[in-house]
Design a protein around this ligand. Structure first.
Ligand code: DC
Length: 222
């Protein structure tokens, strides 16, 4: 079974590319960031101490994390409610990034992530997809863009949703999160040895998709 991994920092466009590829190849899709976000969200909701590893790990047992094969969405259920919409805000992202540095917690969710590898194939996005979770993936991509580009994209996205945040605040938040995700001891954001690095600065989404599809086409039969 073919696995494509996409790693890279916050706001670099992993989600957009992953969904495009999953759709184009009709592969399954794993948004691993949503798993970390859901744990962070519930930790905030229940005012759980972020150093209490046992409590954090027990959250993972109360979440159902599954793939909707039609919408390609990673659906997250907690207490019989879908919590997907609650996860994509800066507060939850910040808590997610903090709890993501806990080794025992990361280990406790490895199998949940690997279970997404189902026929006919998988596109998995995150920080450690190619390095730790799916080291045998046939295609590994690593997306990059400078902080300003990423902050500008996020700014535009939020504006479209009617949310007004200053660009400088977004740059500060991205830098803080990048730092936490990169310097942590366990599974830090790194470029897998055999990954194709795709710099997306000054490149439209269409151009990135085109470059990646041509790389994939040269490697696997599509
Ligand atoms: O991709 P995202 O912004 O939704 O991820 C939220 C946080 O989760 C991110 O700051 C770091 C963490 N994360 C991780 O450590 N490993 C992953 N595979 C995915 C996300």
């Amino acid at each position: 079974m073919e696995i494509i991994t996409i790693d890279g920092p916050s706001g670099v466009g992993k989600g957009t590319l992953a969904l495009y590829l999953a759709d184009k190849l009709d592969f399954n899709y794993l948004n691993s960031g949503a798993l970390y976000r859901s744990i962070g969200y519930i930790a905030d909701l229940k005012s759980i101490d972020l150093t209490d590893e046992k409590m954090l790990i027990s959250i993972t047992q109360s979440i159902t994390f599954k793939l909707n094969k039609t919408s390609k969405n990673t659906e997250i259920m907690y207490e019989n409610k879908n919590i997907n919409k609650q996860l994509f805000n800066e507060k939850t992202a910040k808590t997610a990034s903090k709890i993501a540095s806990i080794s025992s917690l990361r280990k406790s969710i490895v199998n949940i992530q690997r279970a997404f590898a189902e026929e006919p194939g998988l596109v998995a996005e995150g920080r450690d997809m190619g390095s730790i979770i799916f080291p045998d993936a046939i295609i590994k991509l690593f997306l990059t863009a400078n902080t300003k580009t990423r902050a500008k994209r996020r700014h535009k996205q939020l504006k479209e949703k009617g949310i007004n945040v200053s660009l400088s605040q977004l740059i500060d938040e991205l830098e803080a999160r990048d730092k936490r995700d990169t310097v942590r001891e366990v599974s830090p954001l790194t470029v897998p040895e055999d990954a194709l690095i795709v710099n997306t600065d000054n490149k439209s989404i269409g151009k990135v998709q085109e470059q990646v599809m041509s790389y994939i086409g040269n490697t696997i039969k599509i």
